[in-house]
Design a binder for this molecule. Structure first.
Ligand code: DP6
Length: 363
C-alpha cells in the first residue's frame, strides 16, 4: 500500500550522523546476532559517515505490521528497505513505538555508494542512535540534547547494542577516537553485546591517526560480510585465529598507550594479512585483493623501509588499502601517495580520512 507520508503529522523525529570505523584487530567470525568470536579494536573515522533521520508518523492501519518508507539520497529505495525490514523484525519487540507508528527514514552517505567502502557500520549506528533518541523523547515527553544523550552511559550502551544487531562493526562507530568490542580480560568493562570507548587507552599521538583510503576497486565486495563470517564456521584455522586476535590485542594495548607506532603497524598489517589468508584458504576460497592491492602493499613497505616514516596499512574484506600514519607525517605521506599510489587507485581515487568524535546529533 502506498502511504501518503507527506501530509502526515510527525509524532517525533531525530537525525544522527555516524562515521565509519577501521578495525586494527579484526572481527571475523561470529555467533548468532553478531556475538563476536573474538574481541576487536577500531579507530573511529570522520569524513566517511552516514546521516540518517527517522520520523514517526501515524499508522494507516491498526495492525502490528511495520510500516516503513525508506529513502536513500532522497530517492525511495526498495532494495535497502527490504534489508532493513529484517533488522526491524529483530528489534520490533524492543521498541514498542514500532507497533504503534509508521516510520519514514531518510539516509545519505558522505562517500559515494560505489566507492567500495562498507557503509553498514556508519548506517546502522546512525539509525540505532535515531531510534534510541526517539525512544527517549517518547518516554521523557521531550527531546534530549546531544550532550545529555552522549553523557548517558545507559543510552550509549543501548545504542551500541542495537547498532550491533544491525551490523557487528557498527557498535564500534559511536565513540571518540577508538573503540573495543568483545569481552576480553585485557580491557575492563568490555562486552560481547556492545562496544565501549577506548580513548583512554591511547597515547596522544594515536589520536592523530590518519587513514587514507586507497580505492583499488569501487565494485561491490566479492564476498558479503555475512558470507565471510560464516566461512569461519568449521574453518581449519578458526580456533588458532581467535587466540591470535586475543594475543594481538594484548600486545597492541601497551603499544597504543606508549605511542609505539612500529608495534601498532606490525600488528595492523598482521591482522589484515590474516583476514585475507583466512579467506584464501576457506572452503570455498576467495581472493579479496586485486593486483593493485598487492602493488600498493609492496610500495608502502618499501617506502617505509627507505624513509623510516611510520606508515602502515590495513585492509577490510575487500581490495581497498587503508594507509595508516600519524598526522605529523601527513605531508610526506601524501606526497608519496600522490606520486606512487594514486596511479594504482581506480581513477586515482583516494579518501584522506582521520580519527573523529563518533556519533553526532544533527539539529
Ligand atoms: C572485515 O560488521 O560488516 O570489516 O556483523 O555481518 O554486519 P556483520 O559484519 P561486519 O564485518 C566487518 C568485518 C571487517 C572487520 C571489522 O570491521 O572488524
Amino acid at each position: 500500500m502506498e502511504l501518503n507520508y507527506k501530509r502526515m503529522k510527525t509524532i517525533a523525529a531525530a537525525t544522527w550522523k555516524s562515521p565509519s570505523n577501521i578495525a586494527i584487530i579484526k572481527y571475523w567470525g561470529k555467533k548468532k546476532n553478531q556475538i563476536p568470536e573474538n574481541p576487536s579494536l577500531s579507530f573511529t573515522l570522520s569524513k566517511c559517515f552516514t546521516e540518517t533521520s527517522v520520523s514517526l508518523v501515524p499508522k494507516e492501519t491498526k495492525s502490528d505490521e511495520l510500516q516503513l518508507q525508506f529513502y536513500f539520497d532522497k530517492k525511495e529505495n526498495i532494495a535497502f528497505r527490504l534489508r532493513l525490514l529484517n533488522f526491524f523484525a529483530s528489534i520490533q519487540k524492543d521498541f514498542k513505538f514500532l507497533n504503534d507508528y509508521g516510520l519514514v527514514i531518510h539516509s545519505a552517505n558522505s562517500f559515494p555508494h560505489s566507492s567500495g567502502i562498507a557503509s553498514s557500520a556508519s548506517s546502522y549506528s546512525a539509525l540505532a542512535a535515531a531510534l534510541c533518541d526517539i525512544e527517549t523523547q517518547l518516554s521523557n515527553k521531550k527531546a534530549s540534547s546531544e550532550k545529555q544523550l552522549l553523557a548517558d552511559a545507559k543510552w550509549i550502551k543501548r545504542t551500541s547494542y542495537f547498532s550491533r544487531i544491525g551490523s557487528g562493526s557498527a557498535c564500534r562507530s559511536l565513540f571518540p577516537y577508538a573503540s573495543v568490542w568483545g569481552e576480553t580480560d585485557a580491557v575492563k568493562n568490555s562486552s560481547d553485546e556492545y562496544g565501549i570507548g577506548a580513548e583512554n587507552l591511547l597515547h596522544k599521538d594515536f589520536k592523530t591517526l590518519c587513514d587514507s583510503i586507497l580505492i583499488a576497486s569501487s565494485r561491490e565486495k566479492v564476498v558479503s560480510s555475512r558470507v565471510g563470517h560464516s566461512l569461519m564456521k568449521g574453518h581449519p584455522f578458526a580456533k588458532t585465529r581467535y587466540k591470535q586476535a586475543e594475543s594481538n590485542l594484548e600486545n597492541l594495548l601497551p603499544a597504543l598507550k606508549a605511542g609505539d607506532w612500529e608495534t601498532f603497524g606490525n600488528i595492523a598489517e598482521n591482522e589484515a594479512m590474516t583476514l585475507h589468508a583466512l579467506m584464501m584458504c576457506s572452503n570455498p576460497s576467495f581472493i579479496l585483493m586485486n593486483a593493485h592491492t598487492l602493488s600498493m602493499i609492496e610500495s608502502i613497505r618499501s617506502f617505509r623501509n627507505s624513509s623510516k616514516i611510520p606508515v602502515y596499512f590495513t585492509l577490510d574484506a575487500g581490495p581497498n588499502v587503508h594507509l595508516l600514519y600519524p598526522k605529523s607525517y601527513a605531508k610526506k605521506v601524501l606526497e608519496f601517495a600522490d606520486y606512487e599510489l594514486s596511479g594504482l587507485c581506480e581513477d586515482g581515487k583516494m579518501i584522506h580520512d582521520f580519527t573523529g568524535n563518533g556519533i553526532e546529533k544533527v539539529k
